[in-house]
Ligand binder design. Structure first.
Ligand code: SF4
Length: 463
């Protein structure tokens, strides 16, 4: 996952670009980059694995000048990339996952193009998009080429001398929103970037929609399709609480998820708590619906640690998770606790960094409530960090049923006894008194979009 921000202004845009990009820092922990256009393209990319975006770019910011710019916080590839094509130079940032990446690379190479390699030996996926654009005789034909050829998803911003082309992926799995201020237009993955920079939301791009923003304003280049499959996980975990997608607030969806979890839950607890940050709104919703006090049992020392499952190495993930959450013994001791979290991916962090800390502080009982169903399938569209065998649900199935091949559908239906046995195995592994997940149906109801417009692949394995 990556976060994109672009701005076109009637004055220098660099400060807005800097802060707007920074508001996407929760979406990536590897690389960050900025590019501006001022007669020619100027670009800088930094590694943000150890230091945050702001500290990396603050000093060189004075050397940037321009009225148009794009920025990115990237979880994998270095970007923006700059491509020289027959129709001019352009800078490019991208959020997505190319499921047919190897095929695309082969096709591009067969046409005589070559790639620069990353130090890891992998080819940069953003460069693949850039080459697909440059293959054609004009920018729009190039953008259409990307939308036609990419399997998976790719939302991207292209900075050219005529403005910024903003393109949302074909099925709208990842969002892009346009913001407007006097004389200034911006585009962002996260609409939470807008209010403090003085922007109001002008429009959200639809699936496959293309717009151009420049000093003349917003030009609609290609209308959206009606085949939307927006990522449901945005509301559950990856999105920022103050953002809105398809007109629906992340925070309020999380509160509704919590309320759904409280429905028919018979647990008599002393307090409800959330795993910071994204478990908090789920817990607030649960506490309000169950009429149990919400209290903070774990606090995050600094948001500077970022997300703990995005860094690619397990060692770094564990270290980050261990350091950032501090339990409050005076809240936890002797209490029966309901703890809400967004999801269980591997389960190790929830266990080691939240549950065990609560037990060590003297919790009497711990009941875990999870805002989405068990994750059963790795994402092929925007998150690259999971594999089948890492998922807690898959491991639990193996533990409970051995190597027997059983129909996966049985584990997707919460009323099925095999599903219940799988959840019991995860509960045992976590070492808690009880564990419940929200059902797919309740999660869809909490989001409030028709099922057909949501990507639910993580949980159902169906497109
Ligand atoms: S597979 Fe999951 S994470 Fe990926 S786009 Fe679909 S809902 Fe989102």
């Amino acid at each position: 996952m990556s976060g994109l921000f672009g701005v076109v202004s009637n004055r220098d845009c660099v400060e807005t670009l800097f802060y707007g990009t920074d508001y996407h820092s929760h979406l990536g922990t590897q690389k960050a980059g900025l590019a501006v256009f001022n007669h020619k393209l100027q670009r800088s990319i930094h590694d943000i694995t150890v230091s945050q975006f702001k500290s990396k770019f603050a000093e060189e910011l004075a050397s940037f000048k321009g009225k148009m710019g794009i920025g990115v916080i990237s979880d994998h590839d270095p970007q923006p990339i700059i491509i020289s094509s027959s129709f001019g130079n352009f800078a490019l940032v991208m959020n997505g996952l190319l499921a047919n990446r190897d095929k695309l690379i082969k096709e591009i190479m067969n046409r005589g193009s070559s790639f620069s390699e990353l130090s890891s030996g992998e080819i940069n996926a953003v460069e693949v998009i850039g080459k697909l654009i440059a293959q054609k005789s004009g920018i729009l034909q190039g953008i259409e080429n990307v939308l036609d050829k990419v399997k998976g998803s790719a939302s991207f911003l292209v900075l050219t001398k005529e403005g910024i082309y903003a393109v949302r992926d074909k099925f709208g799995r990842t969002p892009l929103t346009i913001g407007k201020n006097e004389g200034v237009l911006a585009v962002a993955s996260e609409s939470c970037a807008f209010p403090n920079l003085g922007f109001r939301t002008e429009k959200e791009l639809g699936p496959g929609e293309i717009v151009l923003i420049n000093e003349k304003g917003l030009q609609k280049i290609k209308a959206p399709s009606n085949k939307e499959k927006i990522c449901a996980f945005l509301w559950i975990y990856t999105g920022y609480p103050a953002s809105v997608y398809d007109g629906i607030s992340v925070e309020t969806v999380r509160e509704r998820c919590g309320a759904n979890l409280a429905k028919d839950d018979k647990i008599k607890a002393d307090l409800v708590t959330g795993v910071p940050d994204s478990g908090i709104a789920h817990a607030i919703g649960y506490a309000a619906a169950a009429k149990i006090p919400y209290r903070r049992s774990l606090v995050k020392y600094t948001s500077g640690y970022g997300r703990s499952y995005t860094p690619p190495s397990q060692k770094i993930r564990d270290k980050v998770a261990k350091m950032k959450l501090i339990p409050i013994k005076e809240v936890v001791g002797g209490k029966s606790i309901v703890i809400c979290d967004d999801s269980i991916v591997r389960g190790t962090q929830l266990k080691n960094q939240a549950i065990q800390k609560l037990w060590r502080c003297g919790a009497k009982e711990i009941h875990v409530r999870i805002a989405c169903p068990p994750l059963m399938f790795p994402c092929s569209y925007c998150l690259s960090t999971r594999t089948n065998k890492e998922l807690a649900a898959r491991r639990a199935i193996k533990k409970a049923f051995g190597e027997k091949t059983l129909p996966l559908e049985d584990f997707l239906d919460y009323k099925n006894c095999r599903y219940q046995k799988m959840v019991e195995a995860i509960c045992k592994e976590l070492g808690v008194n009880s564990l419940r997940y929200q059902s797919v149906e309740d999660m869809i109801e909490a989001i409030g979009l028709p099922k057909e417009r949501l990507c639910l692949y993580c949980w159902t394995g169906k497109d």
